[in-house]
Design a protein around this ligand. Structure first.
Ligand code: FAD
Length: 326
């Protein structure tokens, strides 16, 4: 096993929005960054999936901004991101007031792929353990095999997955353990023929929190009609251990009722996000132990959600760049 260590060889665990944004900022400042992710691609909860030759979103379907002008400014600067004003109805069929959100060209995960460009990207690599040593922070995989040693390590996994990785700093692990999460069952359905419907439905519903006609997103119009449906946290919790196939039947029936037409599908993908969102967060925007060179950022620190992940990664980057400044 090759052990790599340079003066500032930074490892980031997790290639979602917070991990890839942090990586980008560190790379742009001249540092060497290795990004580890247990999944086969980047994106985390911005993941996309392939159904035959069609790529579509499986995680967050769009990005909304609340009141952070810096976040809106950053989104507007990203070449891959464009605004979208979907025509949305509530689940009773009434038009909703217009919503401006942002989507990424082709698929949501392309943003993280672009941010990660230039890193040493280690995909399908689950980090099981990290510990400070005299040579740096040692990473081991889930089988206990040493992966590498880095000068600094930042964990960006969701809180329940971050907690065991932060054991070397018990107060960080305890914070992560206290954070509450919500699950989401998500279904992606490729239809055989188009429907006469708005771009999505949102609001109060016994099964869904939101259903989106994903094929209607700008730049994706040359695909068959695709719907991405997201079950409520309550419904998802009740069906947490239900087999995906059975969940798919429920979701398709409910979608058919919402659309008001029988639906014939070509393809489907049903995915359980065990930690879709954080229902509570820690007050700190990031965690950093200078003594151990171990830190954490992500959407469970500071504000929840996409904007929270972005803010947390920026705050972590500011901290590291100040400390690592030559
Ligand atoms: C279906 C869905 C809809 C959503 N809708 C919205 C929305 O409308 N608005 C909103 O604000 N938010 C929404 N979210 C939440 C939003 O997607 C997240 O807040 C945001 O993407 C979090 O980014 P992150 O980088 O902090 O974490 P993640 O994207 O979860 O990235 C963490 C990464 O760490 C990796 N990882 C974990 N453990 C390990 C390990 N041991 N070793 C290696 N890698 C590891 C994971 O594979 C993952 O890629 C939604 C999420 C889902 C799933």
């Amino acid at each position: 096993m090759t052990m790599t260590h340079s003066s500032h060889s930074i490892a980031i665990i997790g290639a979602g929005l917070s991990g890839t944004l942090l990586a980008r900022k560190l790379l742009d400042a001249g540092h060497t960054v290795t990004l580890y992710d247990k999944s086969r691609g980047t994106g985390g909860r911005f993941a996309s999936c392939w159904l035959d030759d069609i790529s579509t979103d499986l995680g967050a379907p769009w990005i909304e901004t609340s009141n952070d002008p810096d976040f809106a400014h950053w989104l507007n600067q990203q070449a891959l991101i464009q605004p979208w004003q979907p025509r949305l109805h509530d689940f009773q069929g009434n038009p909703r007031s217009p919503l401006t959100c942002y989507i990424t060209t082709e698929r949501m995960s392309s943003l993280t792929r672009q941010l990660a460009h230039g890193t040493q990207l280690r995909l399908s690599k689950r980090v099981g353990y990290l510990w400070p040593t005299d040579e740096g922070v040692l990473l081991r995989d889930e089988h206990g095999i040493a992966i590498s040693t880095h000068s600094h390590v930042i964990v960006t996994a969701p809180a329940p997955q971050a907690a065991p990785l932060l054991e070397a700093v018990p107060r960080f692990a305890q914070r992560a353990e206290r954070v509450e999460t919500q699950p989401s069952w998500v279904g992606v359905f490729v239809l055989q023929s188009p429907t006469q419907t708005p771009d999505g439905f949102i609001g109060t519903h016994p099964v869904f929190t939101r259903v989106v006609k994903a094929s209607q997103k700008p730049g994706r119009l040359n695909t068959p009609e695709i719907w991405q449906v997201e079950a409520t946290p309550q419904w998802s919790q009740q069906h947490l251990e239900t087999p995906a196939e059975e969940v798919g039947i429920h979701l398709l029936e409910a979608l058919s009722t919402v659309i008001g037409e029988d639906i014939l599908i070509k393809q489907q993908r049903i995915h359980r996000w065990l930690y879709s969102r954080h229902a509570s967060t820690c007050d700190e925007a990031y965690l950093w132990s200078r003594e151990n060179s171990i830190g954490a950022c992500g959407d469970w620190l500071g504000k929840a959600g996409i904007e929270g992940a972005w803010e947390s990664a920026n705050a972590m980057a500011d901290q590291l760049l100040t400390q690592l400044h030559p």
